[in-house]
Design a protein around this ligand. Structure first.
Ligand SMILES: [Fe+2]
Length: 294
């Protein structure tokens, strides 16, 4: 009888946790605020809004409303590190919800999930070492997404670099297409920083160390990445179990140092439609205030 009670209690607790992760936490986004001492001495602050991994589907009203409100922060620059859509009908929904944000200066890269719809795979594969195999669903309208973003003036940083004029100063951005599916071609953008720029920022969907190392070696001072979902299911007092890439799990989300530069990994705003759960890892966007090192 006692054993039966324990089993029933365990099953009940598991069901309650799953219900919370699927029905509550994944719909409660938080705005994180981070200060990064990364600009040259004497420079005034630069405010950067980092969004990532929306995995937007047309029905996600809460996410679209929250995205619209983010424009009220009036950032100097918006960085979108990819996996923005997760449904063939999501581009129009994104364009509508992001319209106020698209009025701000912005840069973006694509993630693998912008190109391919999710397809069911064994969840245990996430807990095993990466064997290099990728399972893709049908193609998504990623070209339409790129059109929406670039028509608004946002810069496509997929294997590209560009120096932007932001509020009277020059900021260089260097990016790669998604390393998770080996679309990164860093050699096309390699080179020293633009000497006219105040800072050089790096942008990638997946924070693969091979890309981070090359960016930092070329003088990038701060890299923005997504992809990890912060682990999506985190164990309290332990953190992420996996990052789904070559980065160590302690850097699955938030700000950290990488080879003397800074790395900011966003836990993102969404989940795969096939695994709609989050625990101890709410959806997030981050407002980073870059300030002078002194
Ligand atoms: Fe993602």
């Amino acid at each position: 009888m006692a054993v039966r009670s324990v089993v029933l209690a365990t099953l009940g607790a598991g069901a309650a946790l799953l219900g919370y992760a699927a029905g509550v936490e994944r719909r409660r986004p938080v705005l994180r605020r981070v200060t990064v001492p990364v600009l040259p001495a004497g420079e005034r602050a630069l405010r950067v809004l980092h969004i990532s991994d929306l995995h937007l589907t047309p029905g996600q009203t809460w996410k679209r409303r929250w995205l619209t409100k983010l424009a009220e922060l009036e950032p100097d620059l918006v960085v979108d590190t990819g996996d923005t859509i997760a449904h063939p009908g999501a581009v129009a929904a994104f364009a509508d919800a992001a319209a106020p944000l698209l009025n701000r200066p912005g840069v973006f890269v694509l993630g693998s999930n912008d190109r391919y719809a999710p397809r069911f795979k064994n969840p245990l594969r996430y807990l095993l070492p990466d064997d290099g195999r990728r399972v893709h669903g049908p193609m998504l309208p990623w070209r339409e997404l790129v059109d929406v973003l670039t028509s608004a003036g946002w810069v496509d940083l997929d294997n590209a670099r560009m120096t932007l004029d932001l509020a009277g100063r020059r900021v260089e951005c260097v990016g790669v297409d998604d390393p998770h599916i080996w679309c990164d071609q860093y050699d096309r953008v390699a080179g020293p920083p633009d000497p006219t720029a105040t800072i050089t920022l790096g942008v990638t969907h997946s924070p693969e160390p091979r890309v981070l190392q090359r960016m930092v070696a070329d003088g990038v001072r701060l890299v923005f990445a997504g992809h990890t979902h912060g682990g999506q299911l985190r164990v309290p007092f332990y953190g992420a179990l996996v990052t789904n890439c070559g980065l160590d799990r302690h850097r699955a989300r938030g700000l950290s140092r990488f080879d003397g530069a800074w790395l900011h990994v966003s836990a993102g705003l969404g989940t795969s439609p096939l695994a709609p759960v989050r625990f101890a890892c709410p959806p997030e966007a981050t407002l980073l205030t870059l300030v002078a090192e002194d």
